[in-house]
Design a protein around this ligand. Sequence first.
Ligand SMILES: O=c1[nH]c(=O)c2[nH]c(=O)[nH]c2[nH]1
Length: 292
Amino acid sequence: MAIVLGPNQYGKAENRLVTVSRNGSVHTIKDLTVSTSLRGDLADTHLTGDNAKVLATDTQKNTVYAFAKQAPVGEIEDFALRLGRHFVSSQEAITGARILIDEHGWERIDGHDHSFVRGSDEKRTTAVTIEGSQAWVVSGVRDLVVLKSTGSEFHGYPKDPYTTLKETNDRILATSVTARWRYVGTDVDWAKSFTEIRSIMLKTFADKHSLSLQQTLYAMGEAVLQARPEVAEVRLSMPNKHHFLVDLSPFGLENDNEVFYAADRPYGLIEGSVLRDDAPDAGLAWSTLPAF
Ligand SMILES: O=c1[nH]c(=O)c2[nH]c(=O)[nH]c2[nH]1
């Protein structure tokens, strides 16, 4: 029997980067969490502790901040591509890179020049993978919380000895959407694509009369693929944020779908991917990312 080193990568996780760009007195901020991860000829450090090929994670962190100064950060996809390509092209031993970026949103306060309010917990995300001269981009959104107060039913499921759930023709449907979409290439108007995909998903959630969260998930992915040729595949993770009708009968009160208990956990977790049947091969786009 021989023991061997398996797949490995290393980097600096969750660098918190905030930039201020100034146009006269009007400021614009970017608030990012950037994780870098490198792969390559890294057996020596694992097997003998020889670090000759290890670009320190501290150096990776510094590169993130220096790059933010040397050119405008721009769209997170472009910044991630720049960083990843730099690491792979500048270090002989490094053959691949994965750059993850989350962008935290700030809204301008009432047209104010330099004051902002954190709108919600929603994040725009990207995961860029570089391998040699190839690049893959998977972008997305996290913690996009939505609710509809009608237009959702759930019935027709199997009843076994453990089933207590009542069928319903009218319930609250709420979820916190994590969506990732894989781009066909890298020649994309990232900001426009993100804005339109987000808006398509929201519109579909709102418009689609839902017979299950699964049906809503598929409809959201399908609508994105129908409208956006630059996208090959959409993966969605949607926790069912249950809202249970409160039994008010002990108080002699009816509950006509008006008073709910918003349960925290457990929650149904509905996950799936929607893709074109002629989508180009995903390559390393999803490697080491969560399945959904
Ligand atoms: O939309 C739903 N899908 C399910 O699979 C499910 N299971 C459940 O208990 N409630 C729901 N709702």
